[in-house]
Design a protein around this ligand. Structure first.
Ligand code: ADP
Length: 868
């Protein structure tokens, strides 16, 4: 500061000196000019006087000229042959005329010279006047300069006084600096101490945690000790209690016996009635056959219906069906509904359980007529799959279809799709026109079925060839490509006259569907649906400059608001995921724990506040896996199929992959660790790398199948792959390979998922289905699906893997080492664990039921609202 002040003073001084010099120069100039003006004014006065004299002489000459003229005239009048007076006057020898003429010419010459002098004087005066004006303006400048000078002087004085104050400050500051240095040294020492203390605190926390666990155990022991003591103390009471209990047991046994008898009599009665019914039915066999053909049930004997009623009542009493189901079935009997007759015929040859199931299918289709669900998505396994989203669209779609709902999927028609998985693909003889950039573009529509689901593929006939890029994502114009697709998909539904109950869109690529639906399509009549949006990963939100939204016909001005689509951190950008959260009726993510995590500032990637304000419609539903596609008992990609009952085939697959990838087969018992993943920071790439080296140190083998959209990560892993290319125990395959992924799941003993965050994660579930034990970090969906074998706070039947909390090497080492330990030292327990995880239910059944409920509730609410 002081240095600045000094610099300023110096500058001001220089400016002042310059100003004074200029002032002096101007004053001298002014004086010189004044002198010149004086001389000129004098000359002017002189010239004026001479002009006056000349003018008088001129008048005199003019008078003489007049007289001369008069004389000439007189001479002309006197006439004749006489020479004219003029001639006389003109006579060169006449001295008067000669004198006059000479005087006249010298006068006119003088007059001319005076005139020109006068003119030059006038010019001089003019120039002087101008200079005078300059001098005046110089005067004014002098005044301003003087003002400036005085203000500069006062500023300088001010600065000087401030400098003296600052100099005092400087001396203080240097003292402070010394003190500061001392303090800083102290702070550094303290920092070192703090680090040490933090480490000690961390250790202390660990010890504390251990202590707490020990304390819990001690507490438990104490409790049981107390109990024992209490029991000891009150052994008399205990005896009484025992007696009481025994009485109760006797009573219960009596009641049990009685109810057994009752049930037996019932069963007997029921069996008799079924037999009777069977007999009667046999006799009517021919009749029923005929009725099955023509579908008429009117002439079935009354006895048939009565027996049916009896069967239904029997099942009700035996609690095989609910009161509501029984009521519905009775109603069907009462109304002589042909379907119940058909159901009986179908289940007649089957077991009773199958018969009950067949009848219950009737009631479920009566109570729930089924929903019409359309998924609009950017991926669908196996035709267009990049990650979990593709699996979810197919898995959930199939599970909903199995539950009796009508499910359709709308996908972009990518050039790089697995066309061999699309059945009966054909182009419809129709084009659907959709708006983009203010113009209409044609779209070709293709249909085909994938995994039994009907799929519409949209091929935009846009000059930018949106889906002819040889890859699904990662193009510079992804925002345009998918906003175009979202609009074209809705246009297709509108033009096809569809009236779905639910339109389910996924991730930012089809998040546009929600605002497009309410802003543009519901007003056009596509208004039967509720919108469900699932975000599979909040890391990807597809933000873009607000104006980009205009291309697909959305009003950027109207939507770029904090309560609509405006990005929460960049206010000139819009956020499609936020838009879908705001504009959808149901918002889901893919696991309950992740749903909690994204509602916090650390996990929400900027959307936590939006999710919290829409929390009533936001829920986490754990994904399932497609257990038909992922089934080691039928998997055609495997060398040998196997199941939980017979896991020998797993060993053969391990051997096969070792041979295929050139790994050593010397030790059959060497554990094989697998990892299949996108190599992105989210997946904990540094921990994956560490796991490879640690596995080798622990004497295991490692196979990594993965690829990375991040160039430097891809390069890094290519380096590792090259380094290990001839190694006996490790192989890195850096590409996407569906068939190899199946082989790795089938061959590996353990499967590593050290994610930093994981919305759901499917690989841990698939791995378990193939008997590969997951080693996973406790986060998001991994936390909801992998339960540590050593965690006794969790019921034993759910424990299925090895988990760790801290995303660091120590955390991973702990879990990996425990897994190796169990595998190598307790092979029987390991085998049981493998069999146990293989039969755990990770199917879509439970999750699809949850989605069904969410859909149905939303539809019911909308209908109720429409009625009122
Ligand atoms: P994300 O969706 O984040 O990629 P998920 O665990 O939900 O992760 O889903 C990953 C899916 O992608 C699994 O079906 C997995 O088998 C598959 N996958 C990942 N990488 C590859 C690869 N390189 N080759 C074959 N399949 C892969």
């Amino acid at each position: 500061m002081i240095r600045n002040a000094e610099k300023n003073i110096l500058l001001l001084n220089q400016a002042r000196v310059r100003a004074l010099e200029e002032l002096e120069k101007i004053l001298t100039e002014k004086e010189a000019l004044q002198g010149e003006i004086n001389t000129l004014e004098m000359r002017l006065a002189e010239t004026d006087a001479r002009i006056k004299v000349a003018t008088q002489e001129k008048i005199h000459v003019e008078l003489l000229e007049d007289q001369l003229e008069k004389l000439q005239n007189e001479l002309t009048h006197r006439g004749g042959s006489q020479r004219s007076e003029v001639d006389m006057f003109e006579d060169q020898n006449d001295p008067l005329i000669k004198e006059h003429k000479n005087g006249l010419s010298s006068l006119s010459m003088e007059l001319n010279s005076l005139r020109s002098e006068n003119l030059s004087l006038k010019n001089d005066i003019q120039a002087l006047k101008e200079e005078l004006i300059n001098v005046k303006s110089t005067d004014e400048r002098v005044v301003t300069l003087e003002k400036e000078r005085s203000s500069l002087e006062s500023a300088m004085k001010d600065l000087e006084s401030r400098m003296s104050v600052s100099q005092e400050g400087v001396s203080k500051l240097s003292t402070l600096k010394v003190e500061y240095k001392d303090l800083w040294e102290k702070v550094e020492t303290l920092q070192v101490l703090l680090d040490k203390a933090t480490k000690q605190a961390d250790q202390a926390i660990i010890v504390l945690q251990q202590n707490q666990e020990l304390r819990k155990k001690v507490d438990k022991l104490e409790e049981s000790l107390e109990e024992v003591n209490v029991y000891k103390l009150s052994s008399e009471k205990m005896q009484q209690y025992n007696e009481l209990m025994q009485q109760k047991i006797r009573l219960l046994e009596d009641r049990l016996q009685r109810s057994d008898e009752e049930i037996n009599s019932y069963v007997q009665l029921y069996q008799e009635s079924v037999k009777e019914f069977q007999d009667a039915l046999d006799s009517l066999k021919e009749d029923s056959k005929r009725k099955a053909i023509d579908g008429s049930v009117d002439d079935m004997p009354q006895e048939f219906w009565s027996r049916l009623l009896l069967i239904i009542d029997g099942w009700l009493l035996e609690k095989k069906i609910s009161i509501d189901d029984a009521k519905l079935l009775r109603d069907m009997v009462w109304k002589r509904d042909g379907r119940i007759c058909e159901a009986y015929k179908v289940s007649k040859e089957k077991t009773e359980r199958e018969a009950v199931a067949a009848f219950l299918r009737l009631t479920s289709s009566t109570t729930s007529p089924g929903l019409y669900v359309i998924h609009i998505a950017a991926e669908m396994a196996p035709v267009a799959k990049v990650g979990g989203l593709g699996d979810v669209v197919t898995g959930l779609g199939k599970a909903l279809q199995k539950r009796g709902h009508l499910v359709e999927v709308v996908l972009p028609k990518y050039d790089c799709m697995q066309y061999d998985h699309v059945h009966d693909l054909r182009a419809l003889d129709v084009v659907v026109e959709s708006h983009f950039d203010g113009q209409l573009f044609k779209n070709k529509v293709w249909v085909g079925s994938v995994e039994g689901l009907p799929v519409y593929f949209i091929e935009p006939l846009h000059p930018d060839k949106f889906f002819w890029r040889g890859q699904f994502y990662g193009e510079h114009d992804d925002f345009r490509r998918f906003s175009f697709f979202s609009r074209a998909a809705l246009e297709l539904l509108l033009q096809a006259g569809k009236n779905p109950d639910i339109i389910h869109c996924h991730d930012w690529q089809t998040a546009f569907v929600a605002p497009l639906y309410w802003d543009l399509y519901a007003p056009k009549g596509l208004n039967s649906a509720r919108i469900c949006f699932t975000c599979h990963n909040f890391e990807y939100q597809g933000t873009a400059p607000a104006s980009y939204l205009e291309s697909c016909g959305l009003d950027a001005h109207h939507l770029n608001r904090p309560d609509r689509m405006q990005d929460n951190s960049a206010h000139d950008r819009i956020n499609p995921v936020k838009g879908a959260v705001v504009f959808s009726n149901i918002v889901t993510t893919v696991s309950p724990t992740y749903a909690q995590e994204v509602r916090t500032a650390e996990g929400g990637r900027g959307l936590h506040s939006t999710l919290n304000s829409h929390s009533r419609k936001f829920i986490g539903v754990l994904n399932g896996i497609d257990t038909d596609a992922w089934n080691p008992a039928t998997d055609a990609f495997l060398k040998v199929q196997y199941s939980a009952n017979d896991i020998q085939g797993k060993g053969e697959n391990k051997e096969a992959i070792r041979r295929k990838l050139g790994l050593s087969s010397a030790d059959v018992r060497k554990p094989l660790v697998g990892c299949i993943t996108r190599l992105v920071p989210q997946k904990g790439v540094h921990l994956i790398r560490h796991a490879m080296y640690r596995t080798l140190e622990l004497g295991g083998q490692f196979i990594l199948l993965g690829s990375s959209p991040v160039p430097h990560i891809q390069r890094e892993f290519e380096g590792i792959a090259n380094h290990f290319q001839n190694h006996d125990d490790i192989r890195l395959i850096l590409k996407y390979d569906e068939s190899l992924s199946h082989s790795i799941y089938g061959a590996s003993d353990m499967f590593i998922i050290p994610s930093i965050f994981e919305p759901c994660g499917l690989t841990q579930m698939i791995a378990m289905r193939y008997g590969s034990i997951p080693i996973a970090r406790k986060t998001g969906g991994l936390h909801d699906s992998v339960f540590d074998v050593d965690d006794d706070t969790i019921p034993n039947q759910f424990r299925n893997g090895f988990t760790f909390l801290n995303p660091d090497e120590q955390g991973l080492n702990g879990a990996l080492e425990r897994a190796f330990n169990l595998y190598l030292n307790k092979p029987e327990i390991w085998k049981q664990l493998v069999q146990k995880v293989m039969i755990m239910d990770f199917s879509w059944d439970a999750s699809a039921a949850q989605y069904e409920e969410l859909y149905a509730n939303s539809v019911a609410r909308a209908r109720a609202a429409n009625r009122t």
